[in-house]
Design a protein. Structure first.
Lengths: 117, 112
């Protein structure tokens, strides 16, 4: 079974702290994604990466950065956490499979519920 | 990027078929249509995808209109475990970056 794991299910941090959210996938997928999910706003794409050391901004990258040093690991970094970054963070990965065309099947982790106080 | 439109919510009775509609009138000729669902307290999970032909798998069927401006996800016999938010997605961005655009989705309630 494809597995996407996230470092924590629940995390509580203080305003101004630097926060690292880790995501690891075990299926040798090229593409990896970070989303946040908020009530009434659905899933919004923060950053994604389609190769090691490559990254692209999603729809809401402000206040976040990412790191992809190894193919299986994609880290989301909150440089200085703020209360408006309290949210559910979801990581996903997908293969670059030409048979499925652009997009492909994304596999999601269980999510990290981050609370910034 | 193509935009999709879905009803906010739908209800179904257990063991009856459910047809979840999606409009994607601006989809390009090479864009796949993807469906995901999200069960309570879980990350989204892939359901099905298609391009032009109708598709079937163990979870559901996908019926795509001939003009590709709309599609319908069909759950043949709804169970209580099918209660979830269902997302109809189109790819975003160029090339094979795997980016998908999630909308608000349809919240499906299944009544016993």
């Amino acid at each position: 079974d494809v597995k996407v794991t996230q470092s924590s299910r629940y995390l509580v941090k203080r305003t101004g702290e630097k926060v690292f959210l880790e995501c690891v996938q075990d299926m040798d997928h090229e593409n990896m994604f970070w989303y946040r999910q908020d009530p009434g706003l659905g899933l919004r794409l923060i950053y994604f990466s389609y190769d090691v050391k490559m990254k692209e901004k999603g729809d809401i990258p402000e206040g976040y950065s990412v790191s992809r040093e190894k193919k299986e690991r994609f880290s989301l970094i909150l440089e200085s956490a703020s209360t408006n970054q309290t949210s559910m963070y979801l990581c996903a990965s997908s293969p670059r499979d030409s048979r499925q065309g652009p997009g492909g099947e994304q596999y999601f982790g269980p999510g990290t519920r981050l609370t910034v106080t | 990027d193509a935009k999709t439109t879905q009803p906010n919510s739908m209800e179904s009775n257990e063991e009856e078929p459910v047809h979840l509609p999606c409009n994607h009138s601006t989809i390009s000729g090479t864009d796949y249509i993807h469906w995901y669902r999200q069960l309570p307290s879980q990350g989204p999970e892939y359901v099905i995808h298609g391009l032009t032909s109708n598709v079937n798998n163990r979870m559901a069927s996908l019926a795509i209109a001939e003009d590709r401006k709309s599609s319908t996800l069909i759950l043949h016999r709804a169970t209580l475990r099918d209660a979830a938010v269902y997302y109809c997605l189109s790819p975003g961005g160029s090339g094979n970056t795997g980016k998908l655009i999630f909308g608000q989705g349809t919240t499906l309630q299944v009544k016993p």
